[in-house]
Design a protein around this ligand. Structure first.
Ligand code: EPU
Length: 442
């Protein structure tokens, strides 16, 4: 199986893109829907590999679904198995969020250590601690790689303060709070808009969840009932991918489906480097090449900062910027897998050391002082990239490498195309629709 994109680069990409539903919203709302005692209808669910893997996993547990076009009908009432199969769980990291519906239905469940992209160790220690604080008894069996979780009758509820925020951790604790005995309070929760969409979905279905800054209160006991189908918002990572492509290829792309609010940190930096951004209307933004791009120093951080998922795209743009740019990654400890690959296309890119006064606080992963990390890079531009053979190791790095190939002169082969399709719906078709020369070989 070839699983490759063949790309002829250096065409300015121009046209219109309609964004697909967001992976990181869809996956969590699908899992939350398994807590309902009725069929749930979700619209704008993207046809991507991660969604399909999750649906396979749910079907294996006995859940029922129909997925046509972008509409998903999902019924968790038929779930009859409380053990998540290792095969399916290893393919998708959010599988550990199934703790919530399985504990709700069976009071005991078995969930393996999660899989997902190789962007760091990605432990779930804070999440396990949070579950324990809410009254879940949880034990890890290192021989089998499974967690066994149990509640007597219901989780107790209570207060948990994340030492460092966790996006999916916050979402899982919200779901557990829904069927607890008493109120759940999550402090220092993550602030990502994807979490607020999960809260809206649940509140529209009768839940009583409120957020005040980083404090979330979940009042239990509501009977979840869907009044009307829920539409998943569009994907901000996809928006950033097409925005940076427009500017980096000296093109002009109008992106529809999302307002500027969830993208503000990105739009600010894009404007700072000289990228063209016009807000066309409430859900349409035009991104275009306006002038020679300038260099910039960026660091990633959780929302409302500059998101870790966007830095690989921005790195590609920075290869076209005048001067020396730096990117510091604070959220995950292995998010520069594209660096080696990018050098193959002629990019001038190196790891650099950044002096940090208190790395344990500065980084959002669990910093280990005895380990060596590569958390910052320097890019010198502008650089005319040339074609080459590239291998993808994680989703966002993969999209960025395809983007680099689209800027480069000549032909590139990008191996591991399906890794991009874990999170991007009709990736090659959308690139083609704005004038990119990309062909998938399966
Ligand atoms: N962490 C721990 N222990 C925990 C939980 C998190 O050490 O118990 C660490 C993580 O390893 C990471 C940091 O804390 O270094 C932040 O992790 P977080 O839990 O916030 O991230 P996540 O929930 O695993 C989600 C998205 C990511 C996105 C981040 C940041 C989903 C499915 N994944 O990850 O998306 O980058 O939040 O917003 O929602 C992607 O789509 O490519 C992707 C990686």
């Amino acid at each position: 199986m070839e699983d490759s994109f063949v790309i002829q680069g250096a065409n300015p990409l121009k046209g219109n893109i309609i964004l697909s539903g967001a992976k990181n919203i869809a996956l969590k709302i699908i899992i939350a829907s398994l807590l309902f005692d009725q069929e749930v209808v979700l619209n704008n669910i993207p046809h991507i590999i991660d969604v399909q893997e999750l649906l396979n996993l749910i079907a294996h547990l006995g859940g029922k679904y129909q997925f046509k076009e972008n509409k998903l009908l999902l019924d968790g009432r038929t779930i009859s198995i409380n053990k998540v199969a290792l095969l399916h769980a290893s393919k998708i990291r959010v599988s550990f969020m199934l703790f919530a519906p399985l504990l709700f239905r069976f009071k005991e469940c078995f969930v393996p250590n999660p899989g997902g992209c190789r962007i760091g160790a990605r432990p779930i220690d804070r999440i396990v601690e949070g579950m324990e604080k809410l009254g879940v008894t949880i034990r890890y069996d290192s021989d089998t790689g499974y967690y066994q979780a149990r509640v007597d009758d219901q989780p107790s509820g209570g207060t948990y303060r994340f030492q460092k925020p966790s996006h999916t951790g916050t979402e899982l604790l919200i779901l557990i709070g829904l069927f607890s005995k008493s109120k759940t309070v999550i402090e220092n929760s993550a602030l990502e808009p994807e979490i607020d969409e999960l809260i809206s979905f649940l509140n529209q279905s009768g839940a009583n969840i409120s957020r005040s800054g980083a404090r979330i209160e979940v009042n239990p006991g509501a009977l979840l009932k869907q009044a009307s189908p829920f539409r998943i918002s569009c994907d901000r990572n996809e928006a950033v991918t097409f925005a940076t492509l427009a500017v980096a290829t000296k093109g002009d792309i109008t992106v529809s489906g999302l307002s500027k609010e969830p993208l503000l940190a990105f739009i600010n930096l894009l404007q700072q480097v000289g990228g063209g951004v016009d807000i066309v209307n409430n859900d349409t933004i035009r991104y275009y090449f306006k002038q020679q791009i300038r260099s910039l120093q960026i660091e990633t951080s959780p929302h409302p900062g500059f998101m870790t998922d966007w830095q690989p795209n921005f790195a590609i743009l920075m290869t076209q910027a005048e001067g020396e740019s730096t990117i510091t990654e604070r959220v995950f400890e292995n998010r520069f897998s594209y660096v080696e690959q990018l050098r193959r296309l002629g990019a001038e890119i190196d790891y650099i050391k950044i002096p940090t006064i208190n790395p344990s606080e500065y980084f959002f992963f669990n910093f280990d002082p005895s380990r060596k990390y590569n958390q910052a890079i320097r890019i010198r531009g502008p650089q005319q990239l040339h074609g080459g053979v590239l291998t993808i190791s994680d989703l966002r790095a993969g999209a960025a490498l395809a983007e680099a190939a689209l800027i480069a002169e000549g032909e590139s082969i990008v191996n591991g195309a399906s890794t991009i399709e874990r999170g991007y719906e009709r990736f090659a078709q959308k690139i083609t629709s704005v004038g990119g020369d990309i062909t998938k070989y399966e």
